[in-house]
Design a protein around this ligand. Sequence first.
Ligand SMILES: *[C@@H]1O[C@H](CO)[C@@H](O)[C@H](O)[C@H]1NC(C)=O
Ligand SMILES: *[C@@H]1O[C@H](CO)[C@@H](O)[C@H](O)[C@H]1NC(C)=O
Ligand SMILES: *[C@@H]1O[C@H](CO)[C@@H](O)[C@H](O)[C@H]1NC(C)=O
Length: 382
Amino acid sequence: MMSIMKPTRNLLFALCSMLVLGFLYYSSGKLHLHVWGQKPHKDKEATLSPAGNAYAVFDKQGFLMKLDGKLPPELEYKYGNLSEGACKPGYVAAKMTSIYPKFVKPASMFLDLNFKRLKNVNNYLPPFGFKTQENIIEVILSATKDYGLSPELNSLPCRRCVIVGNGGILSNKSLGSRIDEYDIIVRLNEAPVSGFDKDVGSKTTMRITYPEGAIQNPSRYEKDSLFVFSAFKPQDFRWLRQMIFKDNQRGVDGFWKSVAHQVPREPSEMRILNPFFIQEASFRFIGLPHNNGLMGKGNIPTLGAVAITMALHNCDEVAVAGFGYDMSTPHAPLHYYEKVKMSAIKESWTHNISKEKEFLRKLVKAGVITDLTNGILAPPGV
Ligand SMILES: *[C@@H]1O[C@H](CO)[C@@H](O)[C@H](O)[C@H]1NC(C)=O
Ligand SMILES: *[C@@H]1O[C@H](CO)[C@@H](O)[C@H](O)[C@H]1NC(C)=O
Ligand SMILES: *[C@@H]1O[C@H](CO)[C@@H](O)[C@H](O)[C@H]1NC(C)=O
């Protein structure tokens, strides 16, 4: 017995040392992992985990390639005891970090008077930053005076957010009451609530808007919601200044469609969305062309993807509804509130819908966000 045990133990010892050495070599990050007999896919360059886990393989954007909805053991322990349906503090950031280790949570929703210190954005022109717009932003922020959410929302120990997209997929699903249960309900541009409550809910915490997307009819603005401005072009800030100072005499040119002439909200109800979310969504999460940090063909994320990125940093749980197009049903409505058909969607110069959808699929597949209308994982052609 002893004579067999000993060599086995020695062999095991030798193997262990080799594994340790191999592990150190792997951790040095110099080695690229290749699947035997298979060339790595161009877009899915396999690299080693920054955490030194030789088995975890990440795609080009830095997302784990094998995604499932399972909780990593440490999160299982942290959230396992919470009763079913209870809000899980820190959940979305923890889950995001587990599939995307480069994630750094702190990123404020809105710009405040210290905005020039924001390192990631002070060197980029709009839409990826605010360079050249500092003076006008200062004027705007000294008028709005408020830079955060309401005290009630700020004091919540756990915040659940839902981003309501504008997709026709929201129609006839009666999700309104479910959407209204969230603490923070984010709507985009001119998407109406009144008349659609049954499907899209009736509450709005904030409406994120760029000038061309803003509601044009003043009577259609809801009360008690924040008007959150997202700038894509330098002239967008000039438009916002006019709206805040109710100065609608001077026109602002350079918009691709007619824009609202007034926004019937008090300055204290207006905010500027941190442009970091546009930058992070485009260059890091979706992987759109950097183009030297300038707006270019196909490198602008949609407002929906920007809003989701904001929520990953500022909410404890995140759900979405009304996202996802099904290009195989050209007669389905594009938006829940108008008759325009899917077939009206044109090849976009600014967005890259298919790349963006890949990003959203990762989030849903991994269970980072919940898709209430199930449009994001729906296979194309079904
Ligand atoms: C969850 O419950 C188990 C058993 O009661 C306990 O051992 C564990 O510490 C709890 N975990 C947390 C995070 O509270
Ligand atoms: C929703 O239901 C209404 C009334 O039943 C119907 O007219 C409409 O076509 C439906 N819309 C969609 C997108 O299915
Ligand atoms: C979207 O990205 C894909 C893959 O990088 C690329 O082939 C395609 O041309 C892009 N589309 C647009 C509109 O930029």
